[in-house]
Design a protein around this ligand. Structure first.
Ligand code: KG4
Ligand code: ZN
Length: 339
């Protein structure tokens, strides 16, 4: 069985074709980063208009790359939320319409479930159960995962998401949007120990997190120091170190609380090398393992939507002719998949 996946929830148009026996057959990605860079952040209206231009050509490309005709596709999965409503509506409307034209089912997919399941596309997928640290531009949460759709949120950010904190701090440092990867690159040249940022909300029990204070701490540190390249790198290092250490402390608690040993990291910030290393160290200490997607599938992509869509399609979760776009959609409202 083959499914076409469409991702348009934010500033990336991602299309992929997934086969439940052969795996991923093709995937295409168009990033709108350049379009939004001048504005220092995603402009929702521009994002929607660009998805309108790119989605259908990329679907054609994906079919061509997989050497398939539309008649060989058995379902169409599209991101139905959470995300920017206009951007979601583009993928949802195109996905639903194509499914109608091809006379196959349409499957609405939860974007964060897509991220959570992205490591399943790798050669060594994580076995259930595990703790998932979902760290993207819009969400930061720790989820206890017993199976597909069996999600319990153990903690989440009460303000900025980790990726958002990276981007806002990067902006303060004069880096382009999205600044997360650029800040992380700058941090590579940083001197450990020159600055020390706080580890927010680690002095009290629980798994909730807060990252907006780190941005303020960064702003104060920037204005109190010179703006040499080395100082900027040292600040970037201290900021990144604080985010990673905080996430690791919370993950450690989640492992202790649940008795689990496996950690999955997914979402844009899971591409961050320092975070991966920090969690590898934690896992080693507890005799556990860390899993994450290949770098290109950490950030938004169509492959994770096609994969999640396939699981939902096999579970019979198809919609009628409705176009579903749900900008706010808690992940723990999803249905467990009967195995
Ligand atoms: O998952 P994603 O592509 O989009 C959302 O669903 O939000 O995540 C994008 C976020 C951005 O905030 C970006 O700066 C961050 O992930 N990001 C990183 C890195 N790569 C992407 N943050 C830190 N280090 C990275 N290497
Ligand atoms: Zn995402």
């Amino acid at each position: 069985m083959r499914i076409l996946g469409i991702e348009t929830s934010c500033d990336e148009t991602g299309i992929a074709i997934y086969d439940d026996e052969k795996g991923l057959l093709s995937h295409q990605l168009y990033s709108q980063v350049k379009l939004h860079a001048d504005y220092g952040g995603v402009v929702p209206e521009l994002a929607s208009r660009d998805h309108v231009k790119k989605t259908i050509p990329l679907i054609k490309e994906a079919l061509k790359a997989a050497n398939l005709t539309p008649q060989e596709i058995d379902g169409v999965a599209y991101t139905a939320g959470p995300g920017l409503v206009g951007a979601l509506l583009v993928g949802a409307t195109i996905g639903r319409s194509i499914a109608y034209a091809w006379d196959v089912p349409a499957v609405p997919v939860h974007h964060m479930e897509g991220h959570l399941l992205a490591p399943m596309l790798e050669d060594t997928p994580p076995p259930f159960p595990f703790i998932a640290l979902l760290v993207s531009g819009g969400h930061t949460m720790i989820v206890e995962v017993k199976g597909i759709g069996e999600y319990q949120i153990l903690g989440e950010s009460v303000d900025d998401a980790a990726g958002e904190a990276f981007d806002k701090t990067a902006k303060l440092m004069g880096l382009d949007y999205p600044g997360g990867p650029l800040l992380s690159k700058l941090a590579e040249k940083g001197t450990p120990g020159r600055f020390k940022f706080p580890r927010p909300m680690t002095d009290r029990p629980g798994l909730d997190m807060s990252f907006s204070g780190l941005k303020t701490f960064a702003a104060n540190t920037i204005s109190a120091n010179d703006d040499s390249e080395q100082t900027r790198a040292d600040i970037a290092y201290a900021f990144q170190e604080a985010v990673c250490a905080t996430l690791a402390i919370k993950c450690k608690r989640a492992l202790q609380q649940t008795g689990m040993k496996r950690i999955v990291i997914a979402g844009g910030v899971s591409a961050n090398k320092a975070l991966r290393e920090e969690l590898e160290t934690l896992a080693k200490k507890v005799g556990g393992e860390v899993y994450y997607p290949r770098t290109e599938f950490c950030t938004d992509n169509g492959a994770m939507i096609a994969y999640a869509g396939m699981q939902r399609l096999k579970n019979g979760e198809v919609t009628d002719l409705a176009v579903q776009a749900t900008p706010r959609w808690p992940i723990d409202q999803l249905k467990p998949i009967k195995s």
